[in-house]
Ligand binder design. Structure first.
Ligand code: S3P
Ligand code: PEP
Length: 419
């Protein structure tokens, strides 16, 4: 793309929107969520909680939840999490710790291929009862019980695992503690505090005591940095121009993409940094920049896990090679994102190769537009679209509608800034 310009606002943060409904549902009293992401994933969370007997009202971008004070009802149909890993994994923690409740969880074909054992293992140690196919994939039935707290060392840095354990621990007997190899996003911890819970974090460990009640509150959802990442890459790789993105969440556990791109030479400014409730936000200003390759791994990876597709596309425009390692988690997302990125970006002429735990990208090759597939994965479709802006000729992204999962107006916004 030759020139980028404009100022945009991206939709609300997906992780925070899910958690606001979940904690609001479990709390006593009313929770009002402003700036909620009306994407398919978060709407799956809403419909699951409605089936569990929780009134949830939607008025434009505001969601009002009448909390059940922890008294969920058994649903009379299967709970369908659609495409959303966050919905199903966090729900497993909540439902397993709801005595007397029974429910069956299911999802779409992509979700049915994603591992659930990572959540079941600690929950079973807490006394949870699940039944699934022997390999721990959906559909899974849950029989809620009174659980007991545990001290768990998770083999993966996953906010979904951590959150499922903490949400179960909230109503379990005794203390629950979880330690991760690296720190994952901490929205659950922050929001639990906003709802009145007490918990302690030190290093990569979080601990809480069971038997705590939550109290409904107001939640303001910031713009999603994962959605912003595609526009940050589009702006950096444009030949000239700049872009403003207002009110983006820059929580340290989520903003690794800004650190990574700055290391590559990106000119990204964070203006008007402020707290919005328990989350930090800023207005981003991005200038078209000359990028250079860099090596990324370790604790930076969980801080930018969903933004790695956008980072890989930025690396295509960089001088020299970029290596992304320690990112094998990308293989168990909505698609195998390592495999799909390599396969589809190569179709466009990119010099990119697969590593067991990541990617190696040699930047600077001209890309050619062609037909590519996002394999039904929203982040793949958006990454390929941004690569299409850098390519000569026309790029056709199949499965374009998958963006409704996290960024329903993505295509309109892309057309707006690249006009
Ligand atoms: O907790 C969350 O809201 C999320 C955690 C991450 O997954 P993992 O917990 O599997 O790392 C992330 O990829 C996902 O998009 C949302
Ligand atoms: C991995 C993602 O979401 P989830 O795990 O909730 O399906 C994502 O949005 O990139």
């Amino acid at each position: 793309m030759d020139t980028i310009s404009g100022e945009i606002t991206v939709p609300g943060d997906k992780s925070i929107s899910h958690r606001a409904v979940m904690l609001g549902a479990m709390a006593r009293g009313t929770t009002v969520v402003k700036g909620f992401l009306m994407g398919e994933d978060c709407l799956s969370t809403v419909s699951c909680f409605r089936q569990l007997g929780v009134p949830v009202e939607i008025k434009e971008d505001t969601v009002i939840i009448t909390g059940c004070g922890g008294q969920l009802q058994s649903p009379d149909a299967v709970l369908d999490a659609g495409n959303s890993g966050t919905t199903v994994r966090l729900l497993m923690g909540i439902l397993a710790a709801s005595p007397g409740l029974s429910a069956v969880l299911d999802g779409d074909n992509s979700l049915a291929h994603r591992p659930m054992g990572r959540v079941m293992t600690p929950l079973i140690r807490m006394g949870a009862q699940f039944a699934s196919r022997e390999d721990n994939y959906l559909p899974i039935s849950v029989s809620g019980r009174q659980l007991w707290g545990i001290s768990y060392s998770s083999p993966v840095a996953s906010a979904q695992v951590k959150s499922a354990v903490l949400l179960a621990g909230l109503s379990a007997g005794g203390d629950t503690e979880i330690t991760e190899p690296f720190r994952s996003r901490d929205h659950t911890e922050r929001m639990l505090k906003a709802f009145g819970a007490k918990l302690e974090s030190h290093g990569t460990t979080v601990a809480l005591t069971g038997g705590q009640a939550l109290h409904g509150c107001q939640v303001k959802v910031p713009g999603d940095i994962s959605s912003a990442a595609f526009f940050i890459t589009a702006a950096l790789t444009a030949k000239e121009g700049s872009l403003g993105i207002k009110n983006v969440g820059i929580n340290h556990t989520r903003s690794g993409i800004i650190d990574a791109l700055r290391e590559m030479g990106a000119d990204i400014r964070l203006n008007n940094r402020r707290m919005s409730g328990y989350e930090e936000v800023a207005d981003l200003h991005i200038e078209s920049s000359d990028l250079r390759g860099a090596v990324f791994g370790g604790d930076l990876i969980p801080r930018m896990i969903d933004e790695i597709p956008a980072l890989a596309v930025a690396a295509l425009a960089a001088r020299g090679s970029t290596v992304i390692k320690d990112a094998a988690e990308l293989r168990v997302k909505e698609s195998d994102r390592i495999e799909v990125l390599v396969k589809e970006l190569r179709r466009m002429g990119a010099d990119i190769s697969e590593r067991p735990d990541g990617l190696e990208i040699r930047g600077g090759r001209r890309l050619n537009g062609t037909a590519v597939s996002g394999y039904g994965d929203h982040r793949m479709a958006m990454a390929l679209a941004v690569a299409g802006l850098m390519a000569d000729g026309e790029t056709l992204v199949k499965d374009a509608e998958s963006v409704t999962v996290s960024f329903p107006n993505f295509w309109d916004m892309l057309a707006l800034v690249s006009a």
